[in-house]
Design a protein around this ligand. Structure first.
Ligand code: ZN
Length: 152
């Protein structure tokens, strides 16, 4: 399978995302994505939203082969068109990652599986996934009940 196709498949399987572009940096694959366009309404008053800005979130996903995959999500910042509304702006969210988290949900589960099933040492995981120790630990705690640990 070509590299581009592998990147496209990885992004497609995360949900409603469009691949903008990708590039290699060292061993890592950096992928720029945005959500698919659809009508957006204000969460407070339901008025039409207009795009105001973009903000890039850097999120680590499952590697492709042994190459780490780094998602640069060009998030849209929305503005409510209703002048009376108190909700001025908001940033979009998506199902593949929790707000303000630096690992995709599936990457968290894989990290936790490596810790709980493959018994990769918790000291090695931050380096392997290029996240902080506290991110690795909180990811394990967050998803440990979703990881099937074989019984002895
Ligand atoms: Zn509004």
């Amino acid at each position: 399978m070509s590299e581009r196709l592998e990147v496209e498949r990885a992004i497609e399987s995360l949900g409603d995302l469009r691949l903008i572009d990708y590039h290699l940096a060292g061993n890592e694959i950096y992928v720029q994505v945005e959500t698919l366009r659809k009508p957006v309404y204000c969460p407070s008053c339901g008025s039409t939203a207009e795009p105001k800005d973009r903000r890039t979130s850097t999120i680590r996903d499952m590697p492709i082969g042994n190459r780490p995959l780094v998602i640069l999500w060009k998030k849209r910042v929305w503005n409510c068109t209703n002048k009376e509304c108190a909700q001025v702006t908001w940033t979009e969210t998506a199902n593949f990652v929790s707000s303000r988290h630096s690992l995709t949900n599936r990457a968290k589960r894989d990290l936790a599986r490596q810790a709980l099933v493959d018994k990769v040492s918790v000291a090695q995981l931050p380096q392997k996934w290029k996240v902080s120790w506290s991110t690795a630990m909180s990811s394990i705690r967050e998803v440990e009940d979703q990881v099937k640990v074989p019984t002895q």
